[in-house]
Ligand binder design. Structure first.
Ligand code: G4P
Length: 530
């Protein structure tokens, strides 16, 4: 098992979260540059093209003649094999964004220094907390005027409820950004605005004790301010504690500027020292250790139409233990079948290659003929266990869907069920109605458009969507509940999922509380189980 343990132990698998425009894409691009995965240095691309090349992932692949989109990048750096999971943002925000976090062992949170904590970060952060994974914070855009550093840290602590430990400390911002003070090395690293796309410039490292050099490089005023702030910091900020970082209770904070490529490599180096090797994962037989066990994986994402020419689906799985070898037989627990995975692929920044092997921590995509569902487990034929399911995240937008041509009922049912199975939407029914009229719930409103478009284009079915006023959904945890006896509020709606489980829709949080108060023993949950 020797070399295989080494391979697993050098893996680091993390997700990047941020609010749109905080600089997630730019930071990822710089990471890749250090890993040598892409080389933008010599290219004559405009800034926008270069940026979108990574932002959409797709563009890189198009450029290199690969016809699929992906959301996982792998690169090597400093002896580590790093897997970055992109969390789709902007209008693409959807349940997939949440699910991606289920496949990561840690998260990097990018915050815009002039904006602080924003809405989307808050939502994603909740999922990280639920999973108790370590979170590393990169405060970006220090080359622009930034909010007060103490206030930024305070905001993270208050808004997100996590303690912060600045690993470095910015000196000025915007036009007068001078660099950062490294608290461990006790030296100032001066800011150098390197050309975009090149590696980090030759920044100076000045020991904090070398006052003359400090004054001549950052100026008397900034030196004085820094000294005061260091004093304040040493007294006030949380102490660095790796155990608390790993428990997701304390976030190490770094400052830099992804665009000008300052502070990125420093961040990457510290991050790699602090983050974990692939973590054990909970299954129905207990924790599965990544090294001690043979191959196992779970499906966290299903993507349809990877290749427009063929209506294909790719199931993304996170390998949780052991080594995956192409051609080996695996057992799909939920389907109860032993099989060979079809065309297992690893999708890299620069190529999409058919895999010969992969290890715990890696993400692989396999062709899915429609047998996999989100949360499914794969393991060795001799083994028998299932990983804890991926929760169903509460949709926040609901609409009633009607098919316009009742003759096409069969296609409609097929289409909408398949799209739901891929996890892009959730479907519900009223009690007493059939499949001709259903309620769809989504995490991001764009999914409504995607649903309409896909039903029309792939299944040739036209639909009408009527928005409903509900914003909150609750799963009922109590078994054998008599819904007729449930005393709710006037704005509450009782619905069921396709398995017949009852759920409640509410317009506001107040009604949820009211319903809980009125029904003794009623247990409502924000996360559904797959
Ligand atoms: P995202 O993936 O989190 O959505 O953000 P992205 O990296 O696309 O960055 C959003 C905008 O912020 C981009 O500018 C990008 O160039 C800029 N940006 C990223 N990091 C920094 C930084 O450290 N400093 C400064 N000053 N800007 C940064 P844009 O105006 O949207 O696009 P472009 O026209 O400049 O390319």
């Amino acid at each position: 098992m020797g070399s295989y343990a080494d391979e697993i132990n050098k893996r680091r698998t993390f997700a990047i979260i941020s609010h749109p425009d905080a600089g997630k894409t730019t930071l990822t691009e710089k990471f890749l540059l250090y890993g040598g995965a892409i080389n933008l240095a010599g290219s004559v691309k405009g800034k926008a093209t270069a940026r979108h090349a990574v932002s959409d992932w797709m563009e890189i692949e198009k450029e290199r003649g690969i016809s699929v989109t992906s959301s996982v990048l792998q690169f090597q750096y400093g002896g580590f094999c790093i897997n970055i999971l992109d969390t789709p943002g902007h209008q693409d925000f959807s349940e997939d964004t949440y699910r991606t976090l289920m496949a990561a062992d840690s998260a990097v949170m990018v915050i815009d220094a002039s904006k602080g904590v924003e809405a989307q970060t808050r939502k994603l952060f909740k999922v990280c907390v639920m999973r108790r994974i370590p979170i590393f914070t990169f405060i970006n855009k220090m080359d622009r005027d930034a909010n007060d550093t103490f206030e930024l840290l305070d905001e993270i602590e208050k808004e997100l409820g996590i303690a912060t430990c600045p690993m470095n400390w910015p000196i000025g911002s915007g036009k007068s950004f001078k660099g950062v003070y490294d608290r461990e090395d006790k030296c100032v690293i001066t800011y150098s605005d390197t050309e975009k796309g090149t590696k980090e410039g030759q920044a100076l490292q000045i020991p904090i004790t070398d006052e003359d050099a400090l004054v001549s490089n950052i100026g008397e005023q900034f030196k004085e301010q820094l000294m005061d702030e260091i004093d304040l910091l040493d007294g006030a900020s949380a102490e660095y504690d790796l155990d608390r970082v790993r428990a997701g209770e304390l976030t190490p904070v770094f400052f830099g500027s992804a665009l000008t490529n300052f502070g990125v490599e420093i961040f990457l180096q510290y991050f790699l020292k602090m983050t974990t090797t692939p973590l054990p994962r909970k299954a129905d037989v207990g924790l599965i250790d990544p090294v001690e066990n043979e191959f196992s994986a779970f499906v966290f994402k299903i993507q349809a139409n990877m290749n427009k020419a063929h209506r294909d689906r790719v199931a993304f799985m996170r390998i949780c233990s052991g080594r995956y070898d192409a051609n080996m037989e695996v057992k799909h627990m939920q389907g109860g079948k032993v099989m060979r995975l079809s065309q297992p692929q690893q999708i890299m920044a620069d190529e999409r290659k058919i895999l010969s092997e992969a290890y715990a921590g890696d993400i692989i995509g396999v062709f899915d003929p429609g047998i996999f569902s989100i949360g499914d487990t794969l393991c060795m034929p001799k083994d028998s266990f299932q990983y804890e399911g991926i929760p169903t995240f509460a949709p926040e937008h609901f609409a009633r869907v009607r098919q316009l041509d009742t003759m096409k009922r069969k296609q409609f049912v097929k289409g909408i069920t398949q799209i739901a199975q891929e996890g892009a939407i959730q479907i519900f029914q009223e009690f007493n109605t059939g499949m001709e009229e259903i309620i769809v719930g989504v995490v991001g409103v764009l999914q409504f458009d995607v649903l309409k478009y896909r039903l029309e284009n792939e299944y040739n079915v036209e639909i009408r969507l009527d928005n409903l006023p509900y914003e909150h959904i609750r799963w009922i945890e109590n078994k054998d509940i008599d819904l007729d006896k449930l005393s709710g509020t006037s704005d509450m709606k009782k619905i069921k999922d396709l398995k017949g489980n009852p759920l409640l829709l509410f317009v506001n949080p107040w009604s949820i509380k009211m319903t809980e108060d009125r029904n003794d023993g009623l247990i409502l949950s924000e996360f559904g189980r797959n």
